[in-house]
Design a protein around this ligand. Structure first.
Ligand code: SAM
Ligand code: SF4
Length: 326
C-alpha cells in the first residue's frame, strides 16, 4: 500500500501528528487545566469507540503517522484497551501514545501494552505528596508512582513525565531535587512545561529559570530526544538513567515546527491549540460517508492552521485544557 507523506498546511509544515481526546471527564482538578470543582461522574463521552477509530482511520489515510490519546483522563474509559487494539490495526500508524494522570495505570499498563499501545506520558507535577494533592485537587501520589513503575515494567517506553510550571506552584530546589533523583534512578524523561494560559488561574513561569536551578545538580549535557521527539529540549546529568527537558511554548514558541492537529472531546477539530472555534466532525461521523467526509474536514483543518498561535483570537473564553486535550 502506498502511504501518503502527511498533510501539508498553508505554510509548508508537514502535519503527521494527531492528538485525539477521548473524554473530557477527569478524576483530578489540576488548577491550570480544569477549573471546575465538581468531579466528573459517569456522564457519557461524546465520541464513541467507533467515532475515535473512524477519525483515526481517516487521519492515517491522509498521512498522520503518530496519534496520542488524551483527555480529560483517558483511563476513565473502560473501553480504552479496545480502542487501542483497533487503532493498532491501522496500516501506517507508527506511534500510538497515551497521556494520562496515571492514577489507574498500575492496573491498566500491561493490558494497554498488550492491546498495542507504544508508550505513555504521565502528568506528575510534584513528587511531594502534599504538594501533589494541593495541585491536583486532592490526588494521591502513591498510585501514580506505582503507575509509572508499571509503565516501565510493561515496556510502555520511553516513559515521559510532564511537569507543568504553573505559577501557583513554586518549584523550589527540594522538589527539583526529587525529580533529579527520579531520573538518576529510573529511565524516565521529565519535561518541565510552561503553562499555557487557557484558563484564568494560569500564571506563566519561564522554563529557563528551572534549567538554571537544575544546573546546581551537575553539568546538563544536551541529550538526544527520546522516541516521539516533539518540541522538548533534553539534557542529561552525568550518571542519570533518564533525562530532564523543557518545553517552552511561551518563552520560545515552536509554531514554525508545528506538526499537529487536535480533536477535542466534543468532536471538534482544532487547527491550533488556541483556535477560538473548532470544525465539528460530528456531522461527518453521523453521515453516510464518514471516511470521505472526515478526510475532507481534516484537510480543511490542516489548511486552516495559523502560522503561529499569536495569529488566532486571544485565549479568553476558551474552554479548559481537559476538553482540548493538552
Ligand atoms: N489527564 C491526562 C493528563 O493529565 O496527563 C491527559 C489530559 S491533560 C489535559 C494533557 C496534558 O496537558 C497534561 O500533561 C497536562 O499537564 C497538560 N496541561 C494541562 N493544562 C495545561 C496548561 N494550561 N498548560 C500546559 N500544559 C497543560
Ligand atoms: Fe485532569 Fe489531566 Fe487536566 Fe489534571 S491535567 S485536571 S489530570 S485532564
Amino acid at each position: 500500500m502506498n502511504l501518503p507523506e502527511g498533510l501539508a498546511d498553508s505554510f509548508g509544515r508537514r502535519i503527521d501528528y494527531l492528538r485525539l481526546s477521548v473524554t473530557e471527564r477527569c478524576d483530578l482538578r489540576c488548577a491550570y487545566c480544569h477549573p471546575g470543582r465538581h468531579l466528573d461522574g459517569d456522564s457519557a463521552d461524546v465520541l464513541t469507540a467507533d467515532d475515535v477509530v473512524a477519525i483515526a482511520d481517516a487521519a492515517v489515510r491522509l498521512g498522520i503517522r503518530r496519534i496520542r490519546l488524551t483527555g480529560g483522563e483517558p483511563l476513565l474509559r473502560p473501553d480504552l484497551e479496545a480502542i487501542v487494539a483497533r487503532l493498532r490495526q491501522l496500516d501506517g500508524l507508527t506511534d500510538l501514545a497515551l497521556t494520562t494522570n496515571a492514577r489507574a495505570l498500575a492496573q491498566r499498563a500491561r493490558p494497554l501494552a498488550e492491546a498495542g499501545l507504544d508508550r505513555v506520558n504521565i502528568s506528575l507535577d510534584s513528587l511531594n505528596p502534599h504538594a501533589y494533592a494541593a495541585m491536583t485537587g486532592g490526588g494521591h501520589l502513591e498510585p501514580v508512582l506505582q503507575g509509572l513503575d508499571a509503565a516501565l515494567a510493561a515496556g510502555l517506553e520511553p516513559v515521559k513525565v510532564n511537569v507543568v510550571l504553573a505559577g501557583a506552584v513554586s518549584l523550589k530546589p527540594p522538589d527539583l531535587a526529587s525529580f533529579v533523583t527520579l531520573v538518576r534512578r529510573k529511565p524516565v524523561h521529565v519535561r518541565f512545561i510552561e503553562a499555557m494560559p487557557v484558563c484564568s488561574q494560569t500564571t506563566y513561569l519561564p522554563a529557563e529559570g528551572v534549567l538554571q536551578q537544575l544546573s546546581q545538580f551537575g553539568v546538563l549535557a544536551h541529550a538526544v530526544a527520546p522516541e516521539g521527539g516533539g518540541p522538548a529540549r533534553y539534557f542529561r546529568l552525568d550518571g542519570s538513567q533518564g533525562t530532564l527537558g523543557v518545553i517552552t511554548p511561551l518563552s520560545e514558541p515552536f509554531c514554525d515546527r508545528c506538526n499537529r492537529l487536535r480533536v477535542n472531546a466534543r468532536g471538534d477539530l482544532l487547527p491550533c491549540l488556541f483556535s477560538p472555534q473548532g470544525i465539528s466532525l460530528l456531522p461527518a461521523l453521523r453521515g453516510d460517508h464518514p471516511v470521505r467526509d472526515l478526510m475532507a474536514l481534516l484537510q480543511q483543518g490542516a489548511s486552516a492552521k495559523p502560522s503561529r498561535y499569536g495569529d488566532v483570537a486571544s485565549c479568553s473564553g476558551l474552554v479548559a485544557m481537559h476538553v482540548i486535550g493538552g
